[in-house]
Design a protein around this ligand. Structure first.
Ligand code: SF4
Length: 480
């Protein structure tokens, strides 16, 4: 039987039931519904966390809402990356929780300059897509020299020059220990990897340094599960990540897909605790397993990464930094991990287009990600200087939000006030989308600003502004 959310009434019974509103909800039942939908965390109820009388209920609530796949947290002094924490096999059953973390490798045979250049490329990789910044998440430091001193030196350089959490990769416990010794306590890296040959030593290191531990058993799921059982029960280590192996070729691909799917199926359908951990895939294997030139290896790495993101890797270790390899991965990951129950939204607020000043036009749009990105792209292409007010329509497009009464004067006023835009511009004219014409009166009444109805399509904005924002017309408008 797959994981099923508890009934809201069962959750409600464990809440304080005082309807105090401190969680931001009107009452405890509304908060219970949010908890069941995984839209809130129990920690958002202050009395539950702070008052001794609710201690037992808090524990029970946390148990009831525990995901069948454990959430593992990796940390650097500046960033936290969460992996796993999944509840379902198929996205439409609920939603996926923590996006697949992409790690790029650095190896300890590289000199300092090469390491610094690679870190810079990893950290600077960024693609803006429907208002979100898509980035890489982790650095995997591999020991290819098998020299503890060389590994420690590389870990030191990376930790001093990168903000990202780390994966330390070696099968040699002495090498891993040397790397762990140079990291401060603010780091919680992942050690990769315990195998049937070194599991004792690596489990002891993971316990001593309080790190997460990857268990690798390529091509042998029985051994993988047996190691999980031994390490979790014998050492009490729960921050585990499982690597069943990543292979290429027709048989290799089939095995890889089956192994990842079987592990996630057993975790989310059979709730089998020994498989309930995040999964790690190594598309980087293409660089050793694929015969051919560099492009062939990169192509296979991209194929493996896409396949594993879909089925069901929580961490990927990759080598290529080429845009054509990584861009499809971050975009596919973005699509897969958005909540299918909600439209994709961007944060409300004011955006500066070009270099706006006190007399620049002020435009209004919604926070539906697709509308936002089209409007932004049209405005940026037209090279105008303007202010863009993005209002919170709960991710609805203009026409839908008007019909649903989410595109309102109150929403515009909210952003005007929070951004203090009225102090930055001298005129009092708002340009709203043509599809929002019927709420122009409401916006004028609530904000006190004159509303001009703009074009139906954002690619007409530039022409529209040329006409309307000419000085004579502007004077006319400001005086009426
Ligand atoms: S903060 Fe807790 S007690 Fe108060 S309304 Fe919300 S759920 Fe109920």
């Amino acid at each position: 039987m797959p994981w099923k959310p508890p009934a809201p009434i069962d959750i409600y019974q464990l809440l304080p039931k005082t309807n105090c509103g401190k969680c931001g909800e009107p009452n405890c039942m509304a908060f219970a519904v949010k908890l069941v939908n995984l839209e809130a965390k129990v920690e958002q109820c202050p009395p539950l966390v702070e008052e001794e009388t609710y201690r037992e209920n808090l524990k029970k609530l946390r148990e009831l809402l525990l995901p069948p796949v454990k959430e593992v947290v990796l940390r650097s002094p500046k960033k936290i990356v969460k992996v796993g924490g999944e509840y379902v096999l198929y996205r439409h059953e609920l939603r996926y929780m923590n996006p697949t973390a992409i790690a790029i490798d650095i190896d300890d045979s590289m000199d300092r300059d090469a390491i610094l250049k690679r870190i810079e490329r990893i950290e600077k990789f960024e693609y803006e897509y429907v208002g979100q910044k898509l980035k890489l998440d982790l650095i995997a430091i591999r020991s290819t020299t098998n020299d503890p001193k060389q590994f420690a030196k590389t870990v030191q350089i990376v930790s001093e020059n990168s903000s990202l959490p780390l994966i330390l990769c070696s099968l040699n416990p002495t090498v891993i220990e040397a790397g762990l010794n140079v990291l401060t306590q603010n780091y919680k890296p992942l050690i990769y990897a315990a195998t049937k040959d070194n599991w004792r030593e690596l489990a002891e290191l993971a316990k001593r340094f309080e790190t997460a531990l990857a268990i690798a058993s390529p091509g042998d799921l029985d051994t993988l599960v047996s190691l999980v059982k031994t390490i979790s029960e014998g050492y009490g280590i729960e921050d585990l990540v499982l690597d069943p192996g990543t292979f290429v070729g027709p048989n290799g691909l089939a095995y890889t897909l089956k192994a990842f799917t079987w592990l996630r199926y057993k975790a989310t359908y059979d709730l089998w605790k020994y498989t309930g951990y995040p999964l790690l895939g190594t598309p980087i294997s293409a660089w050793t397993l694929v015969e051919g030139d560099v492009t062939d290896k990169m192509w296979w790495e991209a194929v493996l990464a896409t396949m594993l993101t879909t089925r069901y890797a929580d961490i990927l270790i990759m080598h290529s930094l080429e845009g054509w390899v990584l861009l499809p991965q971050v975009m596919w990951r973005f699509g897969l991990y958005t909540d299918p129950r909600k439209p994709v939204a961007v944060p409300p607020g004011v955006r500066e287009i070009g270099k706006p000043n006190e007399m620049s036009p002020v435009l209004v749009t919604t926070n539906y990600a697709l509308t936002y990105s089209i409007v932004m792209s049209d405005l940026e292409k037209s090279k105008i200087n303007a202010w863009l007010i993005v209002i919170d329509t709960e991710g609805l497009a203009v026409d839908v939000s008007v019909a649903a009464k989410k595109f309102t004067g109150d929403k515009v006023l909210e952003v005007l006030k929070s951004s203090k835009l009225d102090e930055k511009v001298k005129h009092r004219i708002l340009i709203i989308p043509g599809k929002a014409a019927r709420v122009s009166g409401d916006i004028e009444d609530v904000t006190g600003w004159k509303v001009v109805v703009g074009p139906m399509d954002s690619n007409e904005i530039s022409k529209f502004l040329d006409k309307i924002w000419a000085s004579e017309k502007l004077k006319e408008l400001t005086q009426t």
